[in-house]
Design a protein around this ligand. Sequence first.
Ligand code: ARG
Length: 572
Amino acid sequence: MINYKKKIAEIICEAVEGLTLEEVMSMVEVPTDTKMGDYAFPCFKFAKTLRKAPPLIAKDVAGKLEGNEAFAKVENVNAYVNMFLSRKGFMEEVVKEAVAEGDNYGRSTIGKDKKVIVEFSSPNIAKPFHIGHIRSTVIGNSIYKIYDFLGYDTVRINHLGDYGTQFGKMIVAYRKWGNKEDVIKSPIKTLLEYYTKFHVEVETDPTLDDEARAVFTKLENGSPEEVELWQWFRDESLKEFHRVYDLLGIAFDSYAGESFYSDKMGRIVDWLKEKKLLLESEGAQIVDLEEYGMSPALITKKDGSTLYITRDIAAAVYRKEHYNFYKNLYIVASQQNLHFQQWFKIVELMGCEWAKDCVHIPFGLVSLEEGTMSTRHGRVVFLEDVLNKAVEQTKEIIKEKNVATDNIDETAKMVGIGAVMFQELSNNRIKDYVFSWEKVLNFEGETGPYVQYTHARAASVLRKADAESVEKAKKVPALDMSHVLSDSAYDLAKLIYEFPQVIAEAGDKYEPSVVTRHIVDIAQSFNRFYHDEYILVDDEAEKLAKLALVMAAKNTLKNGLYLLGIRAPEKM
Ligand code: ARG
C-alpha cells in the first residue's frame, strides 16, 4: 500500500532543497477538520532552516504537488499547503488491498527474525485467580497477537506461581485436613481452602509454621512424597486453568513457572556474590538499592531459601540464553512496579546489557459494580463465573431480539465472551475501571457485540448479493471505484487505510485499546455508509464497487477483533 505521508514528503523534498525526508515526513499532518484536506503541510515551520519566506515555500511545494495525479486538489492557505487526495485512486488502492489480503490484511514483516517473549496470565497455584490475572490474561493475549501479526517471532510464557513456601503450608494442611476427592473435584477452590485454613489454625498453633517450613525444605531437596504431592496439586490446578483458557481461546507455548527455576538459582546467587552485590543482613542476603532510590531486594532468606525476585532474575537469564530474545515483555499489574524496577536494576548491575530489553507492561485495577457476582467462591473462580454469566445473558438477548443465528449456543459463546474481553481492552490499560454488566453486553454502545454485529451485518449484505457478483467483486484488478466516492464511503476507506499503522502503534505502545478504538470507529463509519447508501443497486459496476468496500470493511473488522482475541460470527 502506498504510504501517503512518505509520498508527499518525497515530492516536497523534490520541490525544496535542504530538508531531509524524515523531517518532512514527521511534519505532514492529518487535519482533524477534513475541510482542510486529507493531509496538510505547515511550510512556515521551515522558514528559518530554508531562509525563505513561508509563502514562497508554500508556492513551490503546492506547485509540485499539484502536478501529481494522486491529488485532486492542492490549496495554499496561510503558508499551509492543504492536500486533497484523488478519491478514486485512493479508494481503489485501499479496497483492493484489504479485499485481496483477507485475513492477512494489516499483517506486516516489521518484526521478522526478532524474538519477542510475551509473559502473561501467570496465576498462582492455590492462591486466587483474581482479577489482576484476568486482566493480564486478556491484555497479554492481545499483545501477543499484535506482535505476531507484526511479524515478530513470539513465545507465550505462563510464569506459573507454582513454587515457594506456600507449598509447605498446603501440603501440611492437606495431610491434616484434606481429602483427595475434594481436590480432584474442585482443585483451585479446595487448595485455597486448605491454604486459608492453615492461616487460621496457625494463629493458635505456631508450630504449624515450623512444620510447613520443614516440609518445604523436603520438597526443595527432592523428597519423593512431597514432590509427588506438589506435582499433583500443580496438575490438578492446571486442568482447571486450562478450562478457562479454552473458554477464552487462549494458549501458551510454555508453562515454565517459578518451579522451573528451582535448580537455576545457585548460579544466580554465585553471580551476585562475584559481582559483590550481595550484603548479609541478619542472616539473609540482600542487594542494596538505596543508591537508585529503591528499598533493598531480598535474595535469600535466613534458611537459604530463595524468593520470588530471585526466581525472576533466574528466569530472565534463562530466557536470554535459551531464546535470545529481542524483547522480553511482562504483562503484570502495576502493584508490582517496584518489584520489576528492582530486579531490572539488579540484572543491569550483574552486567547484562539486555536488561534494557526487559519491559514491564503494567495495568490498572478493576473494581466490581455492586452485585456483579456472587461471592460464593470469593474471587477464585470469578472469571469462569463471569464468562458463563455473559454467555447466559447473551443467549437471552439473542432470543429476545430475535437475532439471526444458526447455532445459538455457539453464537452466545462468541458474543458473550467476546464482550467481556472487549470491555477489558477498551480503556487504556493503565487506567482503573469499574466492571459493569450494562456496558459489557450493550449491542449499541462502543462494545464488542456492536463491532461483531456490524461485521455480521457486512456478512449479511454479501450473502444477500448474488454469489456471482461477490466473486466478481473479489477479483479486484477490475475494480472501478468511481461509483463510490461519497463522503461516507471515503471516510470508511480512510479508516481501513489506517488499520496497518494502527496495529504498529498498538505494538509500540503495548496498547491493545488503540486497536479497540479504531475498530469501533470503523464499525460506526460502516454503519453510516450502510445507512446512507443503497448497496445492492442495479448498476453492475456500482454494485461491485460497493460490495468490494463492504468486503474490505468486513475483513478489517474481523482482523481487528482477531487481534483482541475475539471471534467474529458471520451471523448474529
Ligand atoms: N504469579 C504472580 C502473581 O500472581 C505474577 C507473576 C508475574 N510475573 C513475573 N515474572 N513475576 O502475582
